[in-house]
Write a protein that binds this ligand. Structure first.
Ligand code: SF4
Length: 371
């Protein structure tokens, strides 16, 4: 079918709007055929049809319980090798009391959710996680607890010799409401080999673990880390696999593309990357996410911490419908020198300036209030 000009924009906007699943070939085609401007236009049209004018954000507070890690992913600037424990003062493990203090700080900033992640720390028991989750819920009973990445949960299951199902059941009893969706990186095995280490689960395992957790009624986000050594086919493959998983076992609340931040990472030191991805790639990724996810995942989140505020604002005009987030106290991206802060007032302002309506949401993407 010939597609050109306005007709081409209409064609792609309709192909990816309904129940039709855009194929990898079509996604490649749209990405290579359309100019950045036209791709953004399709993303914008779909956003307007699928979610309207509202851009949401959660008031989120991050707690990073430990930076010791048994893995040593070249894309990570946050970890301290677990084998150096006792020989370095760079590593830490938060006590239950520390987590209690952090929770009080979250209360002061009016957080609606607490986001807990850390390294793969084999010294921490299942009971440790249960007690920090219970501590959060004891101090803030109404808060939503978004806890751990899927690879962390899998690592805990392996090291404590409990099935994934048992671990999740115990965590839910202790207060976990959702998983964070992190650790997906890029599913392509060739790329994954270059940016992670064998301690981190494969893309297939990430997807099957997510499906199991979702089948237990626990939702979470989905993510993709891009802008390192991958190329468009792997980006498109990753998004399509997340969408297809969602259509089979729903449970993803949103899709969050995470731009790789190279500062202080081994990948930069090894010379495998030269710097952050250019802004046009960021905008293409957001627009493609909107187009590929279609009605399967309608919340496309823009992670301003890694994009920067200006690009994030533009991304709201080509597919983004959510800003992540307030990220108070975030340390994982902070380790790559991305320490920009924000406030709810500034997020409201950024959203209004881009012609949209700001709203505070909860973890399940339900609107709590319009700002
Ligand atoms: S990305 Fe996660 S698993 Fe990999 S080194 Fe960093 S903290 Fe550890």
């Amino acid at each position: 079918m010939e597609k050109s000009g306005e007709y081409e924009l209409d064609y792609w906007s309709s192909v990816s709007h309904g129940d039709t699943r855009l194929t990898a070939k079509e996604a490649q085609e749209i990405n290579s055929e359309l100019s950045l401007y036209d791709l953004m236009e399709v993303g914008q049209r779909l956003t307007s049809r699928q979610v309207g004018d509202v851009v949401s954000y959660a008031i989120s507070y991050n707690i990073n319980y430990s930076n010791y890690c048994a893995a040593s992913c070249p894309i990570c600037a946050f970890y301290v090798p677990i084998k150096t424990k006792g020989k370095t003062d760079r590593g830490y493990e938060l006590s239950v009391q520390d987590v209690g203090r952090e929770t009080e700080a979250a209360k002061k900033v009016g957080a609606t959710e607490i986001h807990i992640v850390g390294g793969f720390n084999p010294d921490l028991s299942l009971e440790y996680y249960e007690s920090i989750f219970s501590e959060v819920k004891k101090r803030l009973p109404g808060i939503t607890l978004k806890a751990l990445t899927i690879p962390e949960i899998d690592f805990i299951s392996t090291t404590t010799k409990n099935s994934l199902r048992e671990v999740v059941e115990r965590f839910v009893k202790a207060g976990m409401d959702a998983h964070t969706g992190g650790g997906a990186e890029i599913f392509s095995p060739e790329i994954r080999k270059q940016i992670t280490t064998p301690e981190k689960i494969s893309g297939e395992k990430w997807l099957s673990d997510a499906a199991l957790i979702h089948s237990m009624g626990i939702p979470g986000n989905s993510t993709m880390t891009y802008g390192h050594v991958e190329d468009w086919p792997q980006i498109i493959d990753h998004m399509i696999r997340i969408r297809d998983s969602q259509l089979e076992t729903p449970g993803f609340l949103s899709f969050i593309p995470l731009k790789f931040s190279p500062e202080n990472t081994p990948l930069l030191k090894m010379g495998k990357v030269k710097g952050p991805a250019p802004a046009d790639k960021d905008l293409r990724v957001i627009a493609l996410a909107r187009i590929i996810m279609g009605m399967a995942i309608r919340n496309i989140s823009v992670y301003w911490v890694s994009l920067g505020k200006e690009v994030a604002q533009v991304a709201l005009g080509c597919g983004g419908s959510d800003l992540v987030g307030t990220a108070f106290s975030e340390k994982v991206f902070g380790a790559t020198n991305r320490t920009e802060q924000t406030s709810t007032e500034e997020l409201d302002h950024m959203i209004r300036e881009s012609g949209r309506i700001p709203a505070v949401r909860d973890t399940l993407y339900r609107i709590v209030r319009y700002s």
